[in-house]
Every structure is written in structure tokens, then in C-alpha cells.
Ligand binder design. Structure first.
Ligand code: HEC
Ligand code: HEC
Length: 504
């Protein structure tokens, strides 16, 4: 009899929680988190159903579980959006109500609370506490009012970084968070209500929503993986060769990895204590996106010599590079940035991304070269700080030098007057006189369009993990990394060791 009650009750719970989950109903009242509840009820009832019912119901339950599972996986990304529902209009006649909608987005779909606290007594983490941001926003950037600052913080967080914090805040209007303009307006009202006054003035978005898709596609959604399996991936994918983690044995010395050079890398035992999942994910998918200071690899040229090593530190005037001799002995070199050599530049594309920080070029309509620090760059122009003013120059109207090597090994250097490698002849101006060169005699031709000093810092961490790791490896790995908060890491390790010991 009681068995029948359990059977029926569990069947009802399963059907109700299934429908509630699919329909995106809000969380079950007794649960405070809105992430899991209906799914948890559903899973529990599925297990009970499979245990208590006979074969036909077992099969039905199983089928429902499979359908649910697909919905769950498909819903992982927008799942949080069901928490608040789409915002279609804002009740501006009551600004506090708008701020309330903003608060719900802040703690839900916006994922802001995953990084930010609004509690002055909270421990200082990787993201600024937003207590009193409503007043502070007005003082962040000279000449920029609070609302404009908040708009910029949300749409283009990298434009102005709060001193001491890294470039990790996502552009919340882009996927996966993808807040609409109305949602961002509500969040701004909420932020302004933190110590300040809500300003309902409408604004134009400073971005083009048409490019939202491109970046998002590069980052897969965060999945909920299995930490124990992730630990195995950490060892089998050889992360452990470079990174120490308390409780996991590193490979024996001498057992060097065949695929990459083992280098000094940050200890990851407490990596999750101050970093969010998205940062960890990005660290693996795009190691070069943010390089932990003190670990980047650099190659610099000075006095005609090339130094290759680790960038230990850097300020506006000098850098310290640590190199390693073949004998294994390490040496630190302090170099002034002004002492770096000017290197010839063949292509003027992505100068800053390639590490150039100064540039010397001669515009076609000028006699003397222009030289300065690179302050900005677009596809077609580059802006240099020349003396006290900025000068924007075209990247195409540039006098360039051509270095030609013929088949006998002779080198001729001159400025191009006419012709190209596609023509029969090239005319060069060499020391004031014109020389005609038959392109058939040319073995190699190199253009030098400009000169520049370069400091390119790259990550020594291999870039091919996104190719090597499957989606499930990746989510398990992230789940494992998220357990590395210091204290729990060692606790985890002991329980895992115990489990292994008892299993054998
Ligand atoms: C992945 C972590 C992360 C998430 C998610 C995130 N932020 Fe941030 N946020 C940061 C970091 C780090 C900074 C400091 C660096 C900077 O200025 O970009 C910051 C800066 C800010 C600032 C400027 C603070 C100041 O003191 O001047 C505001 C305002 C802000 N975030 C609001 C939000 C809101 C609202 C959301 C959600 C829609 C959000 N953030 C989501 C990490 C995050
Ligand atoms: C060849 C050595 C090497 C291997 C192998 C390697 N890493 Fe790294 N990793 C580094 C170095 C060096 C850095 C610091 C420079 C940087 O930020 O890119 C780093 C940075 C990181 C960071 C950021 C650390 C921080 O303190 O912010 C994480 C997380 C990370 N690695 C995870 C992994 C994972 C997971 C794997 C395996 C899939 C892995 N690494 C494999 C060398 C390595």
C-alpha cells in the first residue's frame, strides 16, 4: 500500500518537475538558488521511479529522462535567463522599481554577482566591490559623469580599468551573458541606487550589436563537469608537468614531456580562490589573452643581440628579463626600453598586437621620418605621440625601402620608385640615382616600411589544448580547477587518495 503511494507520488513529482523545468518556471519555493531545483526534483524522482516501478514505467521514465537531459544541455547557456524573464519595458515613473529589476539581473542573468560583491566588508577579491558605486562612478574619470562612466564600464569594460584589476570583466552585452539595452539600463539604475541618484536620461548604446556574435562563438558555454574526472585530465593532458597542485604528484624529474618544453608556471593550488570560471577557461583556451605577470616569454633585441627569456618585471622605463644558459644557470638582465633596437617592419598590420610600442616611418609626402610612441592604431592608420602632440599617419602612404638580393647574393637597398615583383622591372632610388632591376634576377625582395621597438610578451603555455581536449574533458577540467581553493585542495586530495587506496 505505502509502496503504491510512493510510486504515484514519485510519478507525479517527475511529471510536474519535468513540465516545470521545460516551461522554465521559477525555482521551487524551498530552494534559494534558482539554478538547480526543478532539475534536482526531476532527477530524484527519476531515480525513485526507476527503482520502484516495473519495466514499462522504467522505460517511460528513462525516455523522459533522456528528453530532459537534452533540454538541460541545450538550456545550460540561457538557463539563467529564465530567472528574470525578458525585460520588455521599464517602469521609469518609479525609478526604484527599475533599480529592483536591475538588482535581479545583477544577481541572475547578468552574472555580475559571480564576480562583484556589494558589501564593503567582503574580502577584496579579483573584482571591485560595488558598494557606493553610484557616487564613486562620478569620480572615476575626469570630466566623465557617473552615468557615462557606468555605460562605458558595462559596454566596454576594457576601456578604463579600475587600477589594480585585470581585464577580466566580460562585455555583458555580448553572448553568453547578452544583456539587452533595457536590461543594461535597469542594471545601471541599480548601480546608481548604490549611494547615488538614479538618472533616467535615455542614452545611445556605444556599441554595434551586429558584432556581438563573433567573440562569443570562440568561448563555449561553461558546463558542469565532474571534478574527479577533471583531475585525471589534468594529469593526462600534462598540465601537471608545468603546474604544481598540492596533493598531486608531479612527474619524476627527467621525465620531460615530448610535446612541449616544461617551464616554470604558476602553482594552481589556490587558483579558484580568486579567479572565476571564465578566467580559468580563457587561461586554457587562449593562454596569451592575459599573461600572469612574471611568467611571460619575451624575445628582445638590444645592441644587435637577441635575448630570449622570461619577463620578470616591467615598468614604463625598464624591463627585467631572466635568461637561462645551456648549463641551466639563470641570469637577470635589466634593460631600458629606450635601449631596445629598432627593428625593420615589413607589414604595418597589427603593430600593437605584435608588440611594437614605438614606430619610425616616412610619409610619402614628407622628407624626414616621423618617430614616436604608438598610442593608437586602426587598420589603415597609426597614431604616434610625437613630442607633446599626437599625429595620425596613414599606413599605406609610406615611403618604403626595398632590399633586393640577386642570385649572386648581392644586396641592393633603395626606395621604390616604380614597379613591383609582378612587373618585368623594378626601379629603385639608390643613394639619389635610379637603378632599373630586372625582376628575373631577383632571388629575394623585402620591403621595410617602418622601424619600431618591440616588446612582445607571449604565454609559454601551449595553445593547442582547445584542439587536444574534448568538450567533456574541458568541462571536467574546469570543474576540477574550480575545486582548487587552497584548503579544499588538500582535503580533496586526501579523500581521493583514500578512495583509491580502499579501491585497490
Ligand atoms: C568575470 C568577472 C566579472 C563579471 C561577470 C562582471 N564584472 Fe564588472 N568588473 C570586473 C572587474 C575585474 C572589474 C575591474 C576592471 C575593470 O574596470 O574592468 C570590473 C569593473 C566593473 C565596474 C567598474 C567599477 C568601479 O569601481 O569603477 C562596474 C560598474 C562593473 N564592473 C559592473 C558590472 C556589472 C553590472 C556586471 C554584470 C552585468 C559585471 N560587472 C560583471 C569583473 C566582472
Ligand atoms: C608548458 C608548460 C605549461 C603547460 C603544459 C600548461 N601550462 Fe598553464 N600556464 C603555463 C604558464 C607559463 C602560465 C603563466 C603565463 C600565462 O598566464 O599564460 C600558465 C597559466 C595558466 C593558468 C593561469 C594561472 C594564473 O595564476 O592566473 C591556468 C589556469 C593554467 N595555466 C591552466 C593550465 C591547464 C589546465 C593546463 C593543462 C590543460 C596547463 N595550464 C598546461 C604553462 C603551462
Amino acid at each position: 500500500m505505502s509502496n503504491t503511494v510512493v510510486k504515484i507520488a514519485s510519478l507525479i513529482v517527475m511529471v510536474v518537475s519535468f513540465i516545470a523545468y521545460i516551461a522554465g518556471a521559477s525555482a521551487f519555493p524551498i530552494a534559494s538558488e534558482n539554478l538547480l531545483p526543478w532539475s534536482v526534483w526531476f532527477i530524484i524522482s527519476v531515480v525513485v521511479n526507476i527503482v520502484v516501478w516495473s519495466s514499462v514505467m522504467k522505460l517511460l521514465t528513462f525516455s523522459l529522462a533522456v528528453i530532459w537531459f537534452y533540454a538541460f544541455v541545450a538550456g545550460l547557456v540561457p538557463e539563467s535567463s529564465t530567472a528574470t524573464g525578458p525585460v520588455t519595458a521599464l517602469p521609469w515613473e518609479d525609478p526604484d522599481a527599475v533599480a529592483e529589476i536591475g538588482a535581479a539581473i545583477f544577481n541572475g542573468k547578468g552574472q555580475c554577482s559571480a564576480c562583484h560583491t556589494v558589501d564593503a566588508s567582503a574580502p577584496k577579491g579579483r573584482c571591485p566591490d560595488l558598494t557606493d558605486i553610484g557616487v564613486n562612478a562620478a569620480n572615476r574619470q575626469p570630466g566623465i559623469d557617473a552615468k557615462t562612466y557606468l555605460i562605458e564600464s558595462l559596454y566596454e569594460p576594457a576601456n578604463y580599468l579600475v587600477p589594480g584589476y585585470g581585464k577580466i570583466m566580460p562585455e555583458v552585452w555580448k553572448a553568453p551573458i547578452a544583456l539587452s539595452q533595457l536590461e543594461i539600463e535597469a542594471v545601471i539604475a541599480y548601480l546608481q541606487s548604490q549611494g547615488g541618484e538614479i538618472d533616467p536620461t535615455p542614452y545611445d548604446e556605444p556599441i554595434d550589436r551586429a558584432d556581438a556574435g563573433t567573440v562569443a562563438a570562440a568561448l563555449p558555454p561553461l558546463l558542469t563537469g565532474d571534478a574527479a574526472l577533471g583531475k585525471k585530465v589534468f594529469v593526462s593532458a600534462a598540465c601537471i608537468s608545468c603546474h604544481a597542485v598540492t596533493g598531486i604528484e608531479s612527474p619524476a624529474a627527467g621525465e620531460e614531456n615530448q610535446d612541449f618544453e616544461v617551464v616554470t608556471a604558476p602553482d594552481l593550488s589556490e587558483i579558484a580562490a580568486f579567479n572565476d570560471m571564465r578566467y580559468l577557461e580563457e587561461s586554457i583556451l587562449k593562454p596569451g589573452a592575459q599573461i600572469v605577470s612574471g611568467y611571460g616569454a619575451v624575445t628582445v633585441k638590444t645592441d644587435g643581440a637577441t635575448l630570449q627569456g622570461t619577463l620578470v618585471s616591467q615598468d614604463t622605463e625598464q624591463i627585467v628579463v631572466r635568461t637561462k644558459k645551456a648549463s641551466g644557470e639563470e641570469e637577470e638582465h635589466t634593460l631600458l626600453l629606450t635601449d631596445l633596437d629598432e627593428e625593420p617592419i615589413e607589414e604595418l598590420t597589427n603593430l600593437q598586437a605584435n608588440g611594437y610600442f614605438t614606430l619610425t616611418l616616412t610619409p610619402t609626402d614628407a622628407d624626414a621620418p616621423v618617430s614616436g610612441e604608438i598610442v593608437d592604431e586602426t587598420e589603415d592608420t597609426v597614431t604616434l605621440k610625437v613630442g607633446d602632440s599626437n599625429q595620425t599617419l596613414s599606413k599605406t602612404d609610406v615611403k618604403s625601402l626595398l632590399t633586393i638580393v640577386d642570385f649572386d647574393g648581392n644586396e641592393i637597398v633603395g626606395s621604390l620608385v616604380s614597379g613591383s615583383m609582378e612587373d618585368d622591372e623594378i626601379v629603385l632610388n639608390v643613394d639619389g640615382s635610379e637603378e632599373v632591376i630586372d625582376t628575373f634576377d631577383i632571388e629575394e625582395a623585402t620591403f621595410t616600411r617602418a622601424f619600431g621597438k618591440k616588446l612582445l610578451v607571449t604565454s609559454p603555455m601551449p595553445e593547442n589544448f582547445p584542439l587536444l581536449l574534448s568538450v567533456s574533458d574541458m568541462s571536467n577540467l574546469l570543474a576540477f580547477l574550480s575545486t582548487l581553493t587552497g584548503e579544499t585542495a588538500s582535503a580533496e586530495a586526501t579523500t581521493a587518495a583514500d578512495a583509491e587506496a580502499s579501491g585497490e
